[in-house]
Design a protein around this ligand. Sequence first.
Ligand SMILES: [Zn+2]
Length: 326
Amino acid sequence: MAAITELQGELTQQFRQIIANDQLSQAYIFAGARGTGKEALAQWIAQRLFCTNLQDGMPCGECAECKRIASGNNPDVLTVRPDGLSIKTEAVRNLKEEMSKSSVEGHARVFIIEDADKMTVSAENSLLKFFEEPLPGMLIILTTTAKNQLLPTVLSRAQIINFPAPARKLVLAQLRAGGVSTHLAGLIAGITSDIPGGIALAADEEFTNRLGKILGLCSLLAKGDSLAFPYIQTDIVKQVTGRDEQRQVLQILGLVYSEALSRSYGREPLVLPDSDALTELSRQSSAQLANALAVVLEGTGLLNSNVAFQALLEQLVLRILKGSAA
Ligand SMILES: [Zn+2]
């Protein structure tokens, strides 16, 4: 895994400066996609506060304190994370108990709530008093991939730090270092910046099956073949169970079309390795490809509405077929 100093170099430097200037706030919300290093930075900050062997204002990562935090064994650094789909009320209750015990002397204590949007509204509400009147030395960090799902009252009482997606080059290099083939690394880096998630995806047979089916669909679309329509039901929808996978199908379609568009302008291959589908698609006119790409992106926007996935995809394919016949 990339070190946080590499993954989020700027943010790490900012916090190094903030802590050096003794300007650390008492409550933060770390917001950003999975894989952007939110939890790692929270841990880095905790290590920075406890490290006994600071190196140029950075935690050493080697001393007993740094190691204890890395292994989750420092009683003054408490982390709560979801158990399954939600953060259990009991876990929040325990955390609050610990928070109340924080000393008045201002001895540092760090409380990290990962995926904080998975707390119940009442649990979130019950934490408010700590946001309003934090005890000296108390640092609360909430991480979230969906900050809009946090209560406005919580959002307004914490400092929000937005985590940018790591550079594509870095994600690519990390995927390659994790054993992902060149063949898949570009595509996966186009779908996610979550490196462990991406490595798992590359090893997932269902994912490679799905990818094959999507490229099959692209081949049919490239030929303007109306069989693309029934193919959705027989070959695509069956391979897709959850919302994440639905999104993935549209992401891959989008990648294939933007790659084909880029190639139709004579540019070098971008993220995808050569495939028959891509070669065939690249023969279409730039206008046709741009139209298809717009249709796919529009479809992605509808994903969270109440339209059934099959209907959405069918509509999308019909529009692309119509566009390429024009
Ligand atoms: Zn250390």
